[in-house]
Structure formats: C-alpha cells, structure tokens
Ligand binder design. Structure first.
Ligand code: TXA
Ligand code: MG
Length: 350
C-alpha cells in the first residue's frame, strides 16, 4: 500500500472552528480518508457515495469486503434520500435518540452504492451526537461512510492517538477532538422486519429502546456463544489485544480470588500479567499490572475506559490480560459483548 502523509489537526470539540472542519470536508469531497471523533468512537470517514473512496476505507483498515459500513448523516432529509419505506417506529426512534449512539437499518434506496451494504438490501444509518462530526458531514454535503478508525480486529479508537497508532501513513487526515464520550460503538438496531432486533448492543440500551418500541429484542447471537450472530460484523475477531485476554464472570469476590490465583501462577512462570480491575477491587491485587476501568456503580465510566485500558496494557507489553466481568444489564450488555469478543471465547465462570 502506498504511504500517505497523514495530517493531524486539533479541533475544539465543543465549539469547532469552521475553517478547520472545512479542510476535512474538502478532503472528503475529493475522495480522501479523514478520521474524526464521534460521541462513541473515532470514525474513518469517506464520501459515502464515492465507490473508490469507500474501497480505500476497506484497504486502510484491512476490513473484510463482506462487512457493511454505516452512513453518517446530519439531517433526517438525508435519510429520506438513502432509505425507502421508513416506518413509523423508525421515525419515532430517530426523533427520540438522534443525534446519538443508535444506528438504524433501513431498506436502501438506489442511491446507496452496493459496496456500502456489502450487497445487502438494507443500509445502516446514524446521526452522531458530536459537534465536529455533524459539522463535517454538513460541510461535506454528502453522507459520510465511517467504520471505527482502527485496524480491523483491534480495539476501536477512543482517542486520536489510537487512530494514529493504527492508521498513520494510510489515511489523509486525523481530526483530533479529544477523547470520545461513550467509548463503545453505537447500538445497531434492525427495524426492517416484523420484530425490531438489536444486532449490536451499545450506548442506547435495550431498556431505552423498549421505552419507545416495546417489542424490541436482542439477537441471541450477541448473548450466547454458540449462536451465530445476524450482523456480518459480529462474526469477525474483534477488539483483540496483542495479549491473550481471559474474561472472568461470576460473583465479584470469586472473580478477585480466581484472578489473583491465576496471576500468581502466570507470574511464577515468568509471564507478564495485566489485570483489568475496578475501583472496588483494584486494591486487592498484589501482583501484575492492574488498571481500574472505573467504578462498578458507574458502568458508563467503565464503557468509556474499556478500549483505552486494553491499549494501555498492550503498550506495556503484557502477554496475558485477566479481566473482571460486569453485570449484564444496561450498558453492561455492550461491555460484556465487547469483552467476550476480545477474549475470543476465553471465558472462565467462577
Ligand atoms: O459508533 C459507531 O457505530 C462507529 C462510529 C464511527 O459511528 N462506527 C462503527 O462502524 O462502529 P463499524 O463499521 O466498526 O461497525 C458497523 C457495524 C458492523 O458490525 C456491521 O456489520 C454492521 O454495523 N452493519 C452495517 N450495515 C449493516 C447492515 N446493512 N446489516 C447488518 N449489519 C450492518
Ligand atoms: Mg469497528
């Protein structure tokens, strides 16, 4: 792959400087790749109507061609052009949760290139809740195709430095707007069938969605190990640290004891051990490099810190990561979905 000079520009997230955003928008219009912050994770953006530019996203990330992309919009008018048969429920969900971390599947219009949807007849669309992202889309005057701005398989980027680590030399610009808020990718909801179904859990929870559309269910494939998920993206190896990650589940006290014991054994074998702990438990680990992801009383903070914690432990050169599991409710569902994938099914119930 040809080396590209990656221009990194800093833009204030709260009140973005329009001239700076325009530089990014001009690149998008020319078919270039621009990474930008959203409220979930950083996205790798390209003109969503330009087939060549979209193909370059797949190349830069090393992403499998059969994994479709999300189109990012700044107005509902854009949705009207990209989707057909927009249901009443879809309109209610957009009204309630947009801009925000909810991606909706629609029947695609002929305007959407097949490379976006990997040949499917549905298109994923979301309106991000981030001033830079919204300005960038508006100024580009096109929907922006954007997967998470990481190398395929790696944890999604929550800071510009993560994007730089993975994609420097492969993309044209990184807009540094600081750390992202939610820290996990958006909830993906398929509302094209009879029963609305969550294909990927995220910042908007099952409970949130049911308040508006009571019939929403979760794809069993995102919960159970032995059921194949429906969303193309869910079948791939994901969020993987360089180290081997073992996920522990069960009572907090049992997890701490089991992790401490495992840490002791691995360290006595000369291995470098990292521990993903919580505020409540970190003081109990005597060995290994332990990092707290946040308090168990505040799962949103744990979600916010999750991917960065994995990247920090990787940068410290650990070969094993022992990670505490969370309760599977609210955003805990999304946290556990990402951790299960990061562990490649290496899960110990204690
Ligand atoms: O928060 C987010 O959603 C971030 C930011 C940048 O917006 N984007 C993101 O994109 O996470 P990506 O490409 O990493 O994940 C998109 C997910 C994949 O799991 C993909 O398979 C699924 O959405 N997806 C996209 N289009 C789909 C479709 N038509 N049917 C089923 N799943 C689809
Ligand atoms: Mg991704």
């Amino acid at each position: 792959m040809k080396y590209i000079d990656t221009n990194i520009i800093e833009i204030n997230s709260i009140n973005p400087d329009e001239e700076s955003v325009l530089k990014g928008a001009e690149l998008i219009r020319k078919g270039k790749l621009v990474a930008f912050p959203t409220e979930t994770v950083y996205g790798l953006g390209a003109n969503g109507l330009d087939v060549k530019a979209i193909a370059n996203i797949f190349t830069a990330k090393g992403r499998p061609q059969d994994n479709p992309l999300i189109l990012h919009v700044y107005s509902i008018d854009q949705v009207e052009e990209l989707a057909i048969d927009i249901s009443k429920e879809a309109r209610e969900l957009m009204k309630e949760f947009w801009p925000g971390p909810l991606t909706l599947l629609f029947k695609k219009s002929t305007k959407v290139p097949n490379i976006i949807t990997a040949g499917l007849d549905t298109v994923a669309i979301r309106m991000p809740d981030h001033p830079i992202a919204l300005k960038l889309i508006e100024m580009s005057q096109v929907p922006i195709a954007a997967p998470s701005a990481n190398t395929s398989g790696r944890p999604s980027p929550t800071m510009a430095s993560h994007v730089e680590e993975d994609l420097s030399g492969k993309i044209d610009m990184i807009i540094d707007g600081g750390t992202t808020g939610v820290g996990l990718e958006s909830t993906v909801l398929d509302i094209t069938g009879k029963q609305p179904i969550i294909l990927r859990p995220g910042g908007i929870t099952l409970e949130d969605l049911r308040n508006i559309v009571p019939t929403v269910v979760e794809d069993q494939g995102i919960i159970h190990e032995d059921i194949v998920p429906r969303s193309p993206g869910q079948k791939y190896k994901h969020y993987a640290p360089k180290a081997k990650l073992i996920l522990f589940t069960g009572e907090v006290d049992n997890m701490v004891k089991a992790i401490s014991k495992k840490a002791y054994i691995y360290i006595s074998q000369g291995r470098n051990v990292g521990i993903m702990a919580t505020d409540e438990t970190i003081g109990r680990y005597k060995e290994g490099i332990s990092i707290s992801m946040g308090s168990r009383k505040d799962s949103r903070t744990i979600a916010h810190n999750l991917f960065n914690t994995i990247r920090i432990l990787d940068s410290k050169g650990v070969d094993i990561i022992l990670c505490e599991g969370m309760e599977r409710s609210g955003i805990g569902t999304a946290i556990m979905n990402r951790l299960k994938k990061a562990s490649s099914g290496n899960i110990k119930k204690v």
